[in-house]
Design a protein around this ligand. Structure first.
Ligand SMILES: [Zn+2]
Length: 66
């Protein structure tokens, strides 16, 4: 049976949330564009993985010109 929140002590509630903290994502420096990226994933800034271009990204040059 669930216990209503006002019947639970402050420490019981905090102990239940002890594993709910957010984890900071691991970031490495992209070897091609030197921007922070996640390891084992294609760089979102230049689309490269292991030094080669794997996906072609849509350029946002139209917004830059305005
Ligand atoms: Zn990159």
């Amino acid at each position: 049976m669930p216990v209503p929140p006002k019947r639970r002590s402050q420490s019981k509630g905090k102990r239940g949330r002890s594993h709910a903290a957010l984890v900071k994502p691991v970031l490495i420096k992209c070897p091609k564009c030197s921007r922070p990226t996640r390891p084992h994933q294609v760089c979102p800034a230049c689309g490269s993985y292991k030094g080669k271009e794997r996906i072609k990204l849509k350029m946002k040059k139209k917004k830059e010109n305005k």
